[in-house]
Design a protein around this ligand. Structure first.
Ligand SMILES: [Zn+2]
Length: 274
């Protein structure tokens, strides 16, 4: 791997437990890092060649104001960030060489830092009101099929019972602390799991200024959408299943297996995140 150190980073305040995937239209990613006083641990060019800019044990400045599960605000401290060059910001398919390279990269980092599948996210998932990357063409399902992140079976939705879209998103990890942020999170969720339903402006880079619907009527329609609700519940089930599996593997925590372990975890998580 190439190494090209950049200027902006500092020390982590937490352990690594998360991987954040970004996309940028800039061909000179490292130049922009230095210009805008930001950074990521890794950058990838159009051919899929990865260059490391900040060592993993240090805190790169890629996430900005973000939220995911119990981590509020300082996701830079517990995450690894990779910035991928995509001229359309992921509104058009990535090069196959990039995807192949990223699959290998993710597998290595997941193993190295023991990252849970529900902690592998796009920048839009953690900063839904500000960021559209890595975009609707990022092949999340293909990654999940290779054990990187989670996908869903629609039939799982009913196993988790009746949940509002807001509560399902919150269980997954999205920021639902205000109505506006909930709508932004719902749209970010669609970018990730139902991308064909996301509106792409004619000029593709306009997605930066139209990250989510800001008018209240569109937000109301979005949050009452039945398809969105079913998919969000199905993903929430997968997340809870993964959490449950980890707890059962963790011998140190005295997790008691009950007849309805999912309900128990849902209740517990509701206290934490809702
Ligand atoms: Zn980003």
């Amino acid at each position: 791997m190439n190494f090209n150190p950049v200027e902006h980073y500092n020390y982590r305040k937490k352990d690594i437990d998360m991987l954040v995937i970004h996309a940028t239209p800039s061909a000179d990613i490292i130049g922009s890092f230095n210009r805008y006083e930001v950074s990521a641990h890794y950058v990838m060019d159009l051919e899929g060649v990865i260059t490391q800019c900040v060592p993993d044990h240090l805190r790169a400045w890629h996430a900005g104001a973000s939220y995911w599960r119990q981590h509020d605000g300082d996701i830079n401290s517990n995450s690894i960030g990779i910035e991928i060059h995509s001229p359309s910001m992921g509104q058009e398919p990535y090069n196959e060489a990039q995807i192949k390279s990223l699959l290998e990269f993710c597998k290595t980092k997941i193993k190295e830092h023991n990252i849970s599948p529900y902690m592998i996210v796009g920048h839009s998932d953690i900063a839904p009101n500000r960021k559209p990357d890595p975009g609707i063409e990022f092949p999340w399902k293909r990654f999940a099929d290779e054990g990187i992140g989670l996908w869903y079976n629609l039939s799982d939705a009913r196993k988790i019972g009746t949940l509002s879209t807001k509560d399902a998103l919150s269980l997954i990890g999205y920021d639902t602390r205000t109505d506006d942020m909930t709508a932004a999170s719902a749209y970010a969720f669609m970018r990730h799991y139902i991308p064909h339903r996301v509106y792409v402006p004619e000029h593709k880079l306009d997605v930066i200024s139209q990250v989510y619907p800001k008018d209240l009527e569109s937000q109301r329609i979005l949050l009452n959408d039945k398809v969105l609700n079913v998919v969000a519940r199905a993903v929430a089930f997968k997340v809870q299943e993964a959490v449950l599996k980890e707890r059962m593997q963790d011998k140190e925590k005295d997790f008691i297996f009950t007849a309805s372990p999912f309900q128990e975890i849902i209740q517990e998580n509701k206290k934490l995140y809702i």
